[in-house]
Design a protein around this ligand. Structure first.
Ligand code: C5P
Length: 222
């Protein structure tokens, strides 16, 4: 089965406080985006990257497209540029530079079951998670979730191409409300399975995440 990876790298990364786009912040001596691209070029057939407008970038064997205003628009633009023969589509955030070949392989392996529409990397939650509401300047607890059933979802998220195309064709208002692509498949009644992945496949959001990612990458190289 032909595979394509769509790497979304068009975010501004405002919470990181960097000058330029987050995907180009230097991490371990290279732009963040390069780390996951290297892994994907070795594990899938083709790679398409959605970039911020006016960002020059070239990498061997990688197609580039302009990203959109919302993350899902970036995914849609990249999917439109995917080779016709690709039947499995892996979506990955450039903000997760600690991707490994093993995580990719595990997600792709989960798609061998024909009843599965999407297979997504996730780590079991270790914190206790509460729901709460802001009331009169307080944050008041409404309840505690059952931790044994909670997973923190990551990327990569792998989809059957036809399924991803169908959910991304929905109106912008539907897409904008989704914080990951798999939730669109869930809402459409599709079968989504979780693939256990290390917590170290973290998303770089804040300056502290960047420091941690740098430490983990350095330890890995050593
Ligand atoms: O903001 P957040 O960290 O959730 O973004 C997740 C990923 O989506 C990042 O890799 C970012 O570059 C990408 N993104 C994008 N286009 C947007 C917004 C975010 O490609 N319009």
């Amino acid at each position: 089965t032909a595979t394509v990876a769509l790497v979304v790298a068009a975010g501004k990364g405002e919470r990181l406080g960097s000058d330029g786009p987050k995907a180009f912040v230097v991490l371990g001596g290279r732009p963040m985006l390069r780390w996951s691209l290297e892994v994907l070029r070795a594990t899938v057939d083709d790679v398409v990257v959605a970039l911020p407008a006016d960002t020059p970038f070239a990498a061997d064997g990688v197609r580039t497209v302009p990203g959109g205003a919302e993350r899902s628009h970036s995914v849609r633009n990249a999917l439109a540029a995917a080779p016709a023969q690709a039947e499995l589509v892996l979506v990955h955030d450039a903000a997760r530079p600690l991707l490994t070949a093993a995580i990719v392989a595990d997600c792709l392996a989960a798609m061998e079951d024909p009843s599965v529409d999407a297979a997504i990397a996730a780590a079991a939650v270790t914190d206790t998670v509460k729901e709460a509401d802001r009331v009169d300047g307080q944050v008041r607890v409404a309840g505690t979730l059952d931790r044994s059933r909670l997973w923190a979802v990551q990327t990569p998220q792998v989809f059957r191409r036809s399924v991803l195309e169908r959910v991304l064709a929905q109106p912008d208002a539907v897409l904008a409300a989704a914080t990951d692509d798999a939730s669109l498949v869930e809402a459409a009644g599709g079968t989504v399975v979780l693939v256990p992945s290390p917590r170290t496949n973290l998303k770089v959001t804040t300056p502290e995440d960047l420091q941690l990612a740098e430490l983990l990458l350095t330890a890995r190289e050593a």
